[in-house]
Design a protein around this ligand. Structure first.
Ligand SMILES: [Zn+2]
Length: 328
């Protein structure tokens, strides 16, 4: 990767605050550059990478990535913090929901990617193998696209390595979340998957916090991300200020079940993010534009509503929400 410094920046890799742009190696990514801010203490130490804007409408996460750049002081930290506030650069000023406009792929579900693949695939590979090389943890911030309402939750990947699991859980617990979701191991076998799952394939750590609704910038959601990231930096030993207060329950979940609409129509939800549901409980109704019921959606298992789609119109086979299954 290549970095180009702004005028008011320190030299890349030196103690201080680096501000500039990043270009990745793959020819697939030529023509695009990424804003990067990297704050480095005088003492060596852990490296924390933070990104937002894989989904450009998830604006509270992007704003948190901007504010965090001013919250680390090179004089009072060890190691480094590297921040890319907007990953989906082709989506800038396009407001795409979930996808990269160049290839129609959802970058969030494209890890680990591949260097000679499509734009999204090459980008995921570059994030993992160029930018995040040597990182102790990636925090990939999400939540609140235009048509969704999301509870405060954090995902990490469960593996067959108890040490990895304990570390993942510890870092995920740094966020003041309603739910902490350990993704089951089947997520690691998918060809395109979440950053925590792809990082875990190589014994590396990434966590994915989600919060927010409907493309709105809210202080509550911004501070969920900001305080959570600062707590991760404290836990890693990058900074030494006291951990911020946790108010939410951080209920542990160990499975993530999406609920899909069997028929296209208007979805009327009977539940909201955060609600506890029993197995088979009605989640909502799909009706046509005469108001006639076409189908009912029910909970596939007992758990909690992690998020739901807020726009009534949902096409057949598309997702309406997701349930986190409480750990036994
Ligand atoms: Zn997202």
């Amino acid at each position: 990767m290549e970095v180009i410094a702004l005028n008011n920046s320190c030299e890349y890799g030196q103690p201080g605050i680096f501000r500039g742009h990043l270009r990745f190696e793959s020819p697939r990514l030529a023509g695009y550059k990424w804003e990067i801010c990297e704050i480095r203490g005088k003492k060596p130490g852990p490296r924390l990478c933070i990104c937002a804007g894989i989904h450009p409408n998830e604006v509270s996460a992007i704003e948190a990535a901007v504010r965090l750049q001013r919250l680390f002081d090179p004089e009072n930290m060890e190691g480094s913090v590297s921040i890319i506030p907007l990953i989906n650069q082709p989506g800038l000023f396009q407001y795409p929901q979930y996808v990269c406009p160049l290839d129609g792929k959802n970058i969030e579900h494209t890890f680990p990617g591949k260097k000679d693949g499509t734009f999204s695939e090459a980008l995921c590979d570059a994030i993992m193998n160029e930018w995040c090389t040597g990182a102790d943890c990636l925090i990939d911030m999400h939540g609140g696209d235009l048509r969704e309402n999301v509870s405060k939750f954090v995902m990490y990947q469960h593996t067959d390595d108890p040490q990895h699991n304990a570390r993942g859980r510890q870092i995920a617990m740094c966020f003041d979340a309603e739910f902490v979701l350990a993704l089951p191991t089947r997520f690691m076998d998918k060809p395109g998957t979440y950053s925590p799952s792809a990082f875990a394939q190589n014994g590396r750590l990434a966590v994915l916090p989600e919060a927010g609704a409907n493309g709105l910038l809210t202080e509550d959601t911004i501070s969920f991300f900001v305080e959570g990231v600062l707590n991760v930096a404290r836990t890693l030993g990058i900074i030494t200020t006291p951990l911020s207060e946790i108010r939410n329950a951080r209920i542990h979940c160990d499975d993530y079940l999406w609920v899909y609409c069997p028929a296209g129509g208007d979805f009327h939800s009977a539940v909201e993010p955060g609600d506890r549901v029993t197995k088979g409980q009605r989640l909502g109704t799909i009706s046509d534009l005469f108001g006639e019921t076409l189908a009912e959606l029910s909970a596939p298992d007992a758990g909690f509503v992690l998020w739901r789609i807020t726009h009534p119109s949902i096409k057949e086979g598309s997702f309406a929400g997701a349930i986190g299954i409480e750990e036994n």
